[in-house]
Unconditional design. Structure first.
Ligand SMILES: [Zn+2]
Length: 171
């Protein structure tokens, strides 16, 4: 997998202490994952990697823009992404596993692959409601929605049903 290879840190060669690393993901990154809501975007990932003899702590700062689908008009919308995340890497002599918070890594591998984590972190920053800013929704769709709403109002206000309101069903 090409993308997986691009987002790696060869930590074995890094000095102990603080290290700054920067990655950038764009449309091809999202296209290479066949899961996930985000299909397009431009995100900068600033990483502070603190290296110790037994552990690596990675502080992620994500900022950029992704494309989401608006809940109201179902058209694409740009969303300004900003957020932090952390990853802790512990060394093991025999096992490697990658979960959301702690990565267990065989020490002699010397390389950390972050494509999965970056993809996950971006998705964690998606808001629960995706909505265009006021007035930004697709006008044709909004027009149609308004018409449907008006038609519903008309039916609710139909005088033929008025008599039913006075019926007392308990009698
Ligand atoms: Zn919208």
């Amino acid at each position: 997998m090409k993308v997986e290879k691009e987002y790696k840190i060869e930590f074995a060669g890094l000095p102990l202490g603080n290290n700054n690393i920067q990655f950038h993901v764009s449309d091809d990154f999202f296209a290479s994952h066949d899961y996930g809501e985000v299909k397009k975007g431009n995100v900068l990932i600033d990483i502070l990697l603190i290296k110790d003899e037994t552990i690596l702590v990675l502080e992620f700062e994500l900022s950029g823009q992704i494309e989401l689908i608006c809940d109201r008009c179902a058209h694409p919308m740009k969303y300004e992404l900003k957020g932090l995340n952390q990853l802790i890497v512990k060394f093991s002599d025999n096992e490697s596993s990658n979960t959301e918070e702690v990565v267990l890594l065989k020490r002699d591998l010397g390389v950390l692959h972050l494509a999965h984590n970056i993809h996950e972190f971006i998705h964690l920053l998606i808001p629960p409601k995706r909505l265009h800013k006021y007035g930004g929704c697709d006008q044709a769709v909004m027009h149609k929605l308004k018409r449907l709403k008006d038609e519903k109002k008309f039916i609710n206000g139909d005088p033929r049903w008025e008599g039913l309101k006075n019926l007392n069903i308990n009698n």
